[in-house]
Design a binder for this molecule. Structure first.
Ligand code: BJW
Length: 248
């Protein structure tokens, strides 16, 4: 059975995405050869301690990333996932990405496990607000109440948004097909979701440039670019013919 046929017969589908899904849009990944963590230290930029130490530095880094992403557009992988959502009765996109490209591609039934870099949160009031796609005028920015604003993303050592995680776990528990796209599966608890799905009987499919810790538990794996493979696997673009999934 092809993946397209399996998905056509599925009642409930979950898609978990990581930075690899946005790579073909020009958004840097974290752990690859050109990844952000090769150029920057996590401890300096993506922890609550880093923000307490130097909020300006952290904001400048996020401002740079927002400007970069403002110049990027969703790619065929984002579009294929948005299309899939419209074909399936029960669907949840669980993304670790903070770039907002899935929503721009038309995804609606989704949770953002690691927040969104287009939002800021007031440390005093806990309220959130949207950020513009131009550089911030005040650095670090402040709320009208005078409190310091922080990027509304999840840093290492911080809890994920409880309702997003709960929804993701429930969907993983009860789906027929779980599709994992473009994540190194290095970060918990997101990396556990495909295992939860597999333990509950889901058919797990991985799409990635390379093998990951999840490759061994996937029923089906496809190595290559998500923007090329996903439209093809979903039957949205002509197949170039049968291809071996692993070296003979
Ligand atoms: C392509 C491609 C193409 C490329 N096509 N594919 C259990 C065990 C051990 C540790 C822990 C544990 N539980 C928790 C932890 C600690 C920690 C953790 O997981 N550490 C590990 C690194 C060891 N986790 C946490 O701290 C989390 N919090 C937590 O668990 O809290 C518990 C708690 C409860 C109650 C109170 C308090 C605490 C939080 C994790 C937050 C992660 N944050 C970041 C930054 C977000 C903001 C920002 O963007 O600045 O999230 S880190 C970064 O990694 C980002 C990503 O979402 C995340 C995952 O990365 P992703 O998406 O997988 O990207 P890459 O680059 O790693 O991989 C890209 C992949 O794409 C590669 O495989 C490529 O091959 C592929 N690819 N091009 C297809 N075209």
């Amino acid at each position: 059975m092809t993946l397209a046929e399996r998905l056509a017969g599925a009642r409930s589908v979950v898609v978990l995405t990581g930075a690899g899904v946005s790579a073909e849009s020009g958004v840097p990944t974290f752990r690859g050869a050109d990844g952000l963590w090769r150029q920057y230290r996590v401890e300096d930029l993506a922890t609550p301690e880093a923000f307490r130490r130097n909020p300006r530095l952290v904001w400048e880094w996020y401002d740079w990333r927002r400007q970069l992403i403002a110049g990027c557009a969703p790619n065929p992988a984002h579009a294929a996932i948005a299309w899939l959502e419209r074909q399936v009765p029960e669907f949840l996109l669980v993304t670790q990405n903070v770039d907002g490209l899935h929503r721009r591609a038309g995804s609606v039934r989704m949770v953002e496990l690691h927040g969104n870099l287009w939002r800021a949160r007031c440390l005093q009031e806990g309220t959130t607000r949207d950020l513009p796609d131009v550089p911030l005028a005040e650095m670090p920015p402040r709320c009208s109440c005078g409190g310091l604003l922080r990027p509304d993303v999840v840093w290492f050592g911080e809890a994920l948004p409880p309702s997003a995680l709960e929804q993701a776990l429930q969907a993983a528990d009860s789906c027929d097909v779980f599709l994992v796209v473009g994540t190194s599966a290095a970060v918990q608890p997101a990396a556990s979701l495909p295992r939860v799905a597999r333990e509950h009987g889901a058919f797990v499919v991985e799409v990635n440039l390379e093998s990951t810790p999840l490759t061994g538990i996937a029923h089906d794996r496809h190595h290559g670019k998500a923007g090329v493979l996903l439209p093809r696997l979903l039957g949205l673009s002509p197949s170039p013919g049968p291809q071996p999934l692993s070296p003979a």
